[in-house]
Structure formats: C-alpha cells, structure tokens
Write a protein that binds this ligand. Structure first.
Ligand code: RAT
Ligand code: ZN
Length: 417
C-alpha cells in the first residue's frame, strides 16, 4: 500500500483524476457506424449551439442571416467574433482552445485553416481513437431515438451495436412531451396506438419500448422534462410514466433517467441554441422515488436553485442517483460549487459529471476541465483528513475516483464489475 504524504497528496490526486478512464454516461455522440450523425472537426466544433448563442449576441444582423450561411461560413464568423474580435474566456470558447492545444495545434498561430487541413487528412475512425485516447474516455453512452429515421435504419441494419465502446440510451421525449407526434410515429412504425388512452395503446407503447430496449441493448430510458413537470398529476405524463415507462423499465430491469428543468424555444430564432433553464419542483422526483422503491432513477436538474435540495433528496432514497452538471451548469464555477456540496452531503456516492458532448472532440475539454475540479475538491477533503491523522492510500484514492467516474454508474445499473 502506497502511503500518500502531505507534500505529494494534491499532485497524486490530480495525476490520478486526470488519468482515470471514464464512463461518459450521457452524451449526444455516436459510434462511427452512425455515419453523418457523428459530428466532429473544426467546423462542427465552432458551430456548437453553445457558441452560436454566445456569438449572436455580438451580431447586429437579422437572426436569419446567420442561418443562411454555410456551416463553413458560420464557423469562420464565430471564430472571428468570439476568438479574434473578443477573447475566448467563456467555458465553451476556452474549451475550444483546450481542444486545439491537446490535439497538438499551435494556438498562437490563430490559423484556423491549418487546423482544418490537419484534420481533413484524418478518417473519422482515426479521430475517434485519438480523441478517446487523449480524453481518457473508454465508454460512451449515446442518446438514441428510434423516431429519427437515419438512426433507426442503423439499428435495423444491425450496425448500431458493433462498436463495444459505445452504449445506447433510449430517449423518450416525444412520448412524454409531444403525444400527438408520438402517436403518428408509432403508427408509422406499425404499432396500433390511438390519441386516447386505452388498454390497447398502453400495451402497444410498452411493446414499442421493450422491443427497442432489446434491439439497442439500452442501458436506461431517458427524457428531458420542462421545469413545470409535476408528478403525480392528472395528465398524460403521469399516465405514461405509471402505466408504460415504469412497467417497461421494471420488466427490462433498467433505470429511468429524468433530466428536469428545460424551457424549450425561449427564443425560437436561435434553434437548438434557444432553450433556457427553469426552476423545478423537486417533489416530483421525491414522489417517484417513494412510490417505486424498486425502480432506479437517474436524475439531473438544470436550475442551480434546485441542486442542493436534489442532493439532500438523494440522502433519502437509495434508488435515486444524481448525475452531472448539466448544460448551463457545466461551467467551472458551478461545477466546483456543486461537486463540493455533493461530496459534503453524499461522500462519493454520486455521479459527478457527464459531458453532454455533441461534437466528438469536445470530450477533451469537457473532461479535462471537470477532472481538474473533481481533483481539487477531493484533494481538499483528503488533506483535511490527513491533518486529523487519517491517511488515504493511493489505492483508496483510485478506488474513490473509479467509483465517481465509472463504478457508481455501472453498479446502479446492476452491471458493476
Ligand atoms: O446540452 C445540450 O446540448 C442540450 O442541447 C440538450 O441536448 C440536453 O443536454 C438534452 O439532453 O436535452
Ligand atoms: Zn443532453
């Protein structure tokens, strides 16, 4: 057993946190088999929706002007606006600089075309390997929607499960949040459902979910909910959860992930960049956890105001696993604040981060930035223990990091090693 002394404690924690392989349990990334759905490279990185909303703040043109440009032109404009006309100090812009640096580019040249040319020589498969290696990620959970026709054909052809580094999560937003559209989609796929809630519709919707969980080998069912989500309520969502989602999850023995607190299309002119956060009522999660003690819930919330209460709730229910610092919370100051009070309230029994990446190389910055913060918070706690005479060993630090970055997720799924 390696004793870690006070002098090298912080360095040891940082070194181990930076190198521990990671399971990224929620992303919007795809395996290479999914073709055009897998986004990567300079232009995709620069047109990330987080950067679109930051750059359009500086523009005086109509919103439609931005959307009328080609992707390449949008990327050039965002580069000019956020990196040259102003300094890239925000999380998403500084993240792009981290990516360039780690990919080995000379950021001082500020020459976008050089970077583009190097990547143009790479195949997507090469880039996926390189990025996963640099970022230290070995397992990636995708977000999968059978209502997306491009994606569906990959699954139906049997190519969806070829790459063992990628796992599926079945996304059910349309079923819960847009039932009229879901009915049409289900009917097109041959499921005998109707708008009105009947025994037949319930059974067919269950059959749809069960078949797709099996086809994708989905690790969990996932949905994003608006901040005004209530449970229980006299509404479509409660019926769908009680009569379809929970029975299906229990039948397949998988968790149900709820990401709560989005307000979609606050500014529709911004497209994907136009969504906002919204405060939610944590008692919906409480009611679910109490009513279904055998069902596991993976929960993240978008409003900063909900975080402390949600963390306290996790002390009350072992079937509740909180995860990640989601979206607008995925910024250094808030990741640090959240990680700190989560550790103080729950020890290491939570999932501190997921990346939510949409573009492959983002794995590099999202994880590098978060690993540093996780290391800092843990080092503070170990240092305090050290002063009391309790010395953690290197093996114990590794164990704790492995729990946080991998095992808590897999154990919760019942698939721990
Ligand atoms: O973080 C994001 O990129 C958002 O646009 C959403 O995709 C969110 O993470 C979600 O999963 O709904
Ligand atoms: Zn997401």
């Amino acid at each position: 057993q390696t004793e870690v002394n006070k002098v090298n404690l912080r360095q040891t924690v940082e070194r181990l946190a930076m190198s521990m392989p990671v399971t990224d349990m929620h992303t919007h990334l795809y395996a290479p088999e999914f073709g055009e759905l897998l986004l990567w490279g300079i232009d995709e990185l620069l047109t990330y929706h987080y950067l679109i909303s930051e750059s359009i703040r500086w523009s005086e043109e109509e919103y439609s002007h931005f959307w009328s440009m080609t992707k390449r032109e949008q990327a050039d404009w965002i580069w000019q606006t956020l990196f040259l006309d102003h300094s890239p100090v925000s999380e998403a812009t500084s993240g792009f600089i981290t990516i360039l640096t780690r990919l080995g580019f000379d950021v001082s040249s500020r020459n976008l075309d050089d970077y583009r040319q190097v990547l143009a020589k790479r195949s997507v498969n090469e880039q996926v390997d390189i990025v996963m290696q640099i970022a230290g990620i070995d397992k990636i959970v995708m977000t999968n929607d059978p209502f997306d026709s491009i994606e569906r054909s990959v699954w139906l052809s049997g190519n969806g499960k070829k790459d063992p580094r990628f796992y599926a999560a079945l996304r059910v937003d349309t079923l819960l949040n847009d039932w009229p559209v879901a009915v049409k989609e289900l009917q097109n796929l041959g499921y005998d459902v109707q708008m009105e809630w009947s025994k037949q519709t319930i059974e067919e919707t269950r059959r749809f979910l069960t078949e797709w969980i099996i086809r994708m080998d989905a690790l969990y069912l996932a949905v994003s909910m608006p901040g005004d989500f209530e449970y229980p309520a006299e509404d479509h969502r409660s019926k769908m959860i009680d009569e379809v989602m929970i029975p299906v999850c229990q039948g397949q023995n998988i968790p149900f992930a709820l990401m709560i607190g989005v307000r979609r299309k606050v500014n529709p002119l911004l497209g994907l960049a136009g969504d906002m956060s919204m405060r939610s009522d944590v008692s919906a999660v409480e009611a679910l956890c109490r009513r279904y003690p055998e069902q596991k819930f993976l929960i993240t919330m978008l409003a900063r105001e909900n975080q402390h209460e949600l963390t306290v709730l996790a002390r009350k229910f072992r079937n509740l696993m909180i995860f990640g610092c989601w979206w607008f919370l995925h910024i250094e100051s808030i990741v640090e604040e959240m990680t700190r009070f989560r550790v103080e309230l729950l020890g290491t029994s939570m999932i501190p981060q997921h990346s939510d990446c949409r573009v492959f190389e983002q794995l590099i910055y999202k994880w590098e930035h978060s690993r540093k913060i996780i290391a800092k918070v843990l080092a503070d706690k170990y240092e305090k223990l050290h002063y009391s005479g309790w010395n953690v060993t290197e093996e114990e630090i590794k164990r704790d990091l492995d729990d946080l970055l991998n095992q808590n997720f897999w154990h919760f799924l019942g698939k721990g090693q």
